[in-house]
Design a protein around this ligand. Structure first.
Ligand code: SF4
Length: 191
């Protein structure tokens, strides 16, 4: 088990290291979650606020969400749609996703496409076609036109450089937060 000695400046030290490395180790995350004396709360909260402001500004972003599929190849313990959980699975057909996206873009400034992680090239290709179609349709149906935002939460895409390249020209983010390595990844294209 990974442990840290407890002393009052450790939280500060972890935060300072994060500012330099832009990453936290598993042990550091465990410390922040489990060892949080009252006097250090404000430091954590302020750091959290600063990061939020840095990445998304001082505002709330409202987006529609479409859950594309609850099929996932991963088995994260906390997740209701993990592979080993015996639940009914679904995957929306492309035409239904597109029609729902059209309805959403008339009312919302952005859209989150959500699904489990599927590594097959066929699924990546499907995502690419969906994003391209949505961005094209936004020029017609969204009051924001090319500024209509598409965010994707579809698992880790480290192996899917192709996805990122193929949708180059679209404004899109992929975001993944996994328990297996505590790694958060944000890739922004042509923002
Ligand atoms: S990769 Fe995402 S969807 Fe799949 S089990 Fe993990 S948290 Fe759930």
């Amino acid at each position: 088990m990974l442990t840290y000695p407890t002393h009052s400046s450790l939280t500060e030290e972890i935060i300072q290291n994060y500012q330099v490395n832009k990453a936290l180790t598993t042990a550091e995350i465990c410390h922040l979650l489990s060892h949080k004396p009252k006097e250090e709360d404000q430091l954590l909260f302020q750091t959290s606020r600063n990061l939020t402001t840095q990445y998304v500004g001082d505002m709330v972003h409202v987006r529609a969400i479409i859950e594309l599929s609850n099929i996932c190849e991963c088995d994260c313990d906390y997740c209701g749609i993990r592979k080993s959980n015996e639940i009914e699975r679904f995957s929306l057909p492309t035409d239904q996703i597109i029609q729902t996206a059209i309805d959403a873009m008339k009312m919302y400034p952005g859209l989150l496409l959500q699904s489990g992680e599927v590594k097959s090239q066929a699924y990546v290709n499907k995502l690419v076609e969906i994003v391209k179609e949505i961005k094209k349709l936004a020029l017609i149906h969204s009051p924001l036109k090319e500024n209509f935002r598409v965010i994707m939460s579809v698992g880790e895409l480290t192996q899917s450089g192709k996805l990122i390249q193929i949708i180059k020209g679209c404004w899109c983010r992929t975001l993944s937060l996994k328990n297996r390595n505590f790694k958060s990844q944000i890739i922004q294209i042509n923002s």
